[in-house]
Design a protein around this ligand. Structure first.
Ligand SMILES: NC(=O)C1=CN([C@@H]2O[C@H](COP(=O)(O)OP(=O)(O)OC[C@H]3O[C@@H](n4cnc5c(N)ncnc54)[C@H](OP(=O)(O)O)[C@@H]3O)[C@@H](O)[C@H]2O)C=CC1
Ligand SMILES: CC(C)(CO)C(=O)C(=O)O
Length: 305
């Protein structure tokens, strides 16, 4: 029996990492990669394969199947999900028949509540935690453009032992995915969340890219006040983060390409729906719950709502 891996959402993230899996396991006897895509994306991939462009290269890959029909997709051993967070519940509803009690689910969204939300829909399943650092986007349906060099994938579980997750780590490693199976995944996901939540909120509110935020002292101060607010919320929630998390996050941003911006800012500029609920509102709500003031987040939320 082949290990069957579904990729839900063939956009910037799902398309890139799913594409590496499809390339590695094309016509494999042991692993089958299924792309779960709909509409124009499904049509384009079925006709031409999935094209991935990087700064230096281009490749076209073919999954075993591209479909959004649960009868065709069948039961999955793993489901890797990378729609936008506002599509979590509806996208799962459409493929719930493909999830059995033994399906392991790996969410790769920005945000910290995906695992909890998916666990509500599938209470019996193993739902891992994960996050990625990558800059990638849909150029047109079935064509993914990845910019720059970073492409790290972190995953793990608070409840499942590392040894049970080694199979998935090997699957990633054999596909040349820079993946890290980490013990303290909750902290890793929160460290990414602190980075992206403050960045997405600042770039979207100020309408500036990373360089624009860092090079203007007033904007940098604004960004740092977001880091302080979200860190206070994380601490109130009981997260054990490094003491210098704010300084570490600023350093991380300083090492990022200055002409890049957050995916939320890109969505806002393109007139698309944004993930403000997961990246901005979540912090305000958790602040209220734990008695932590988040005035700068609140100001941004008012503008983005
Ligand atoms: N892009 C990036 O550089 C990064 C993104 N992230 C995070 O990763 C997550 C994914 O982002 P990203 O890849 O940019 O998103 P995209 O918008 O590029 O892709 C999302 C994909 O999900 C598909 N989708 C939505 N609902 C369904 C459904 N019911 N069935 C099948 N497909 C569906 C959409 O298809 P359709 O066109 O049909 O709606 C779209 O192709 C987000 O949480 C984001 O914040 C994290 C790090 C970096
Ligand atoms: C900042 C970045 C690119 C880092 O992965 C990101 O997560 C996003 O834009 O959503």
């Amino acid at each position: 029996m082949k290990t069957r891996i579904g990729i839900l959402g063939l956009g910037g993230v799902g398309g890139y990492f799913g594409g590496l899996l499809a390339k590695a396991y094309f016509e494999s006897d042991v692993i089958e990669i299924v792309f779960i895509a709909r509409g124009e994306t499904q049509k384009a991939i079925a006709k031409n394969g999935l094209k991935i462009k990087t700064d230096t290269d281009e490749m076209t890959v073919f999954p075993s199947l591209v479909s959004d029909n649960p009868d065709e997709i069948g039961n999955l051993d793993y489901l890797i999900c990378a729609t936008k967070t506002y599509d979590i519940e509806t996208s799962f509803e459409s493929i719930k028949e493909c999830i059995s009690a033994t399906t392991t689910i790996l969410p790769l969204y920005n945000g910290v509540d995906a695992t909890e939300r998916i666990q509500v829909v599938f209470p019996k399943n193993t739902v891992l935690q994960g996050c990625v650092y990558i800059v990638s986007m849909i150029e047109s349906p079935g064509i993914i453009k990845k910019v720059g060099s970073y492409e790290k994938l972190f995953f793990g579980s608070q409840t499942v032992s590392i040894s049970r997750l080694n199979e998935l780590q090997s699957i990633f490693e054999n596909a040349n995915i820079e993946s890290y199976l980490v013990e303290n995944i909750e902290e890793t996901v929160w460290e990414k969340f602190i980075f992206i939540s403050a960045l997405a909120s600042a770039t979207s509110y100020l309408n500036e890219n990373i360089g624009g935020v860092l090079n203007n002292p007033e904007y940098k101060e604004f960004y740092i006040s977001l880091l302080n607010e979200i860190t206070a919320v994380a601490v109130a929630k009981g997260l054990k983060l490094p003491n210098d998390i704010v300084a570490q996050t600023i350093t991380k941003l300083e090492k990022s390409p200055k002409d890049n911006t957050s995916s939320m800012h890109r969505d806002l500029l393109a007139g698309h729906k944004t993930e403000a609920n997961s990246l901005t509102k979540y912090v305000v709500n958790e602040g209220v719950k734990h008695g932590i003031a988040t005035p700068v987040y609140q100001k941004i939320l008012e503008k983005l709502s």
